[in-house]
Design a protein around this ligand. Sequence first.
Ligand code: FES
Length: 108
Amino acid sequence: MIRNDLPYQKMVLVCTHEREPHKRVCCRRNGGDALREKLKSMVKARGLKPCIRVSASGCLDKCEEGPNLLILPDNIWCSHVEEEDLEAILTALEADINTGNDETGRAV
Ligand code: FES
């Protein structure tokens, strides 16, 4: 194993876990996948892809509070996220990153 630092300044893990309708609620049914897609497109539109990685995650076991997302390395947990929240989330992330980066997005 090779242990490394995060390769991005920020990672946003958006739960997109899906369950069958008769089972426990899931983030996908509550819009998690659409949130991930929207946030990814917003990051791309702002040219932040080298700095901010948006990825799908499996169940984070807070299903009833979903859709949920986790921001690393800050350990910020957001629940009941709606599309209208993404602008504020991304603006806060953008304010907290160093855009004077090398080509990998790492702060220089
Ligand atoms: S399905 Fe998203 S936290 Fe469980």
